[in-house]
Design a protein around this ligand. Structure first.
Ligand code: ADP
Ligand code: MG
Length: 345
């Protein structure tokens, strides 16, 4: 075959392979867009575990009608304009890839009205084929509807699991989001029934991005009861959040939430530091439970490691590791000292 330029739709479908693994990835990308748009209230309607439908409606800033086609075009973003912006990126999105990728593997509708717009508009995209922008009544904010995920990519559709499993992945991701944003209300419905509601008025003590009420809503009473507040800053780093007292521990790493500059990530380096801090106080094979927020100069952390942005790279990995280890080790030593005092007659 001669070398040829691939059509846009196919390019988007290939990119979708990285960005969109399952309905939970669609929910993640759409909700992150809503948050980037300043939404305070987000409604998520799901059908059949999100396979049949994911609809996300927000009350954020909206998109003007003339920009709707751009929003579904590849590498089009309102969030960065230069390499400098990328290095200090504060939004969850910046690649301009999610909407075109999702729209290329679903039946997709984007409807929006700008906060300063006098009418709304909608744009349909079917399997990557972009329609015409048409006027449509819409309150301020944006609604994205994604139907029949992977309907045109049978090889991917085969990998989707049962409705329950897909719903579980969505719920887990929403839990992690809810922990980071107690200021945003999330309402979830599944198959037409209200499934979950996270309140948006949970103000946190100490200005942290989560609150003990949120811990209760997301991780349950036992975690909340054993949660110890962590707060420490130094050397340009800040670590805050909660660790569960060692008596509350887990068989698996299912309650380990880490956020770097507000973004939920997995990081082996930090996970290792936490594990080491707990090494003396947990039985072998048991896992600590924690919700930790690490804040640092965005210029010292690369978030552009993978299209799905589950990972970051620290410029000073050792420094981060030691900071996390020392902070948690000290916090745990304090509780042990406290427990020893209480145990005295
Ligand atoms: P990215 O988030 O990386 O910029 P996306 O493909 O997710 O890329 O979105 C493309 C653009 O569409 C965004 O930069 C933003 O301007 C606009 N957009 C998407 N979703 C929303 C939304 N819910 N509210 C307002 N604007 C949005
Ligand atoms: Mg995005």
């Amino acid at each position: 075959m001669p070398i040829r330029q691939l059509p846009d739709t196919l390019i988007n479908q290939i990119a979708a392979g990285e960005v969109v693994e399952r309905p939970a990835s669609v929910v993640k990308e759409l909700v992150e867009n809503a948050l980037d748009a300043g939404a305070r209230r987000i409604e998520i309607d799901l059908e059949e575990g999100g396979i049949r439908l994911v609809r996300v409606r927000d009350d954020g800033g909206g998109i003007p009608p003339e920009e709707l086609p751009l929003a579904v075009s590849r590498h089009a973003t309102s969030k960065i304009a230069s390499l400098d912006d990328l290095e200090a990126v504060a939004t969850l999105g910046f690649r301009g890839e999610a909407l075109p990728s999702i729209a290329s593997v679903s039946r997709f509708v984007l409807a929006s009205r700008r906060f300063d717009g006098d009418h709304g508009a909608a744009l349909h995209v079917d399997g990557g084929r972009i329609g015409e922008v048409a006027p449509k009544a819409h309150p301020q904010g944006t609604t994205v509807e994604v139907r029949d995920l992977f309907y045109n990519v049978p090889a991917r559709r085969k990998f989707l699991r049962a409705e329950r499993t897909e719903l579980g992945h969505i719920e887990e991701w929403l839990r992690s989001l809810a922990l980071a944003r107690p200021d945003v209300e999330l309402r979830v419905s599944h198959n037409g029934r209200p499934a979950r509601r996270y309140r948006g008025d949970l103000v946190s003590e100490g200005g942290g991005p989560a609150s003990t009420d949120r811990l209760l809503e997301t991780l349950g009473e036992e975690f909340a009861k054993h949660a110890m507040r962590v707060e420490h800053a130094g050397a340009g780093l800040r670590l805050h959040g909660w660790i569960a007292q060692p008596v509350y521990n887990r068989a698996s790493a299912d309650q380990q939430y880490l956020y770097v500059n507000g973004r939920a990530v997995r990081d082996r380096n930090v996970a290792h530091a936490v594990k080491q801090a707990f090494a003396d106080v947990l039985f072998h094979g048991r896992q600590p439970a924690y919700v930790l927020f690490l804040e640092l100069d965005p210029r010292t952390v690369d978030v552009n490691v993978h299209p799905a942005k589950h990972e970051v790279r620290f410029r000073e990995q050792r420094l981060v590791h030691d900071f996390v280890y020392r902070t948690l080790h000290a916090a745990l030593a304090e509780t042990r000292a406290g427990a020893a005092v209480e145990a005295q007659p």
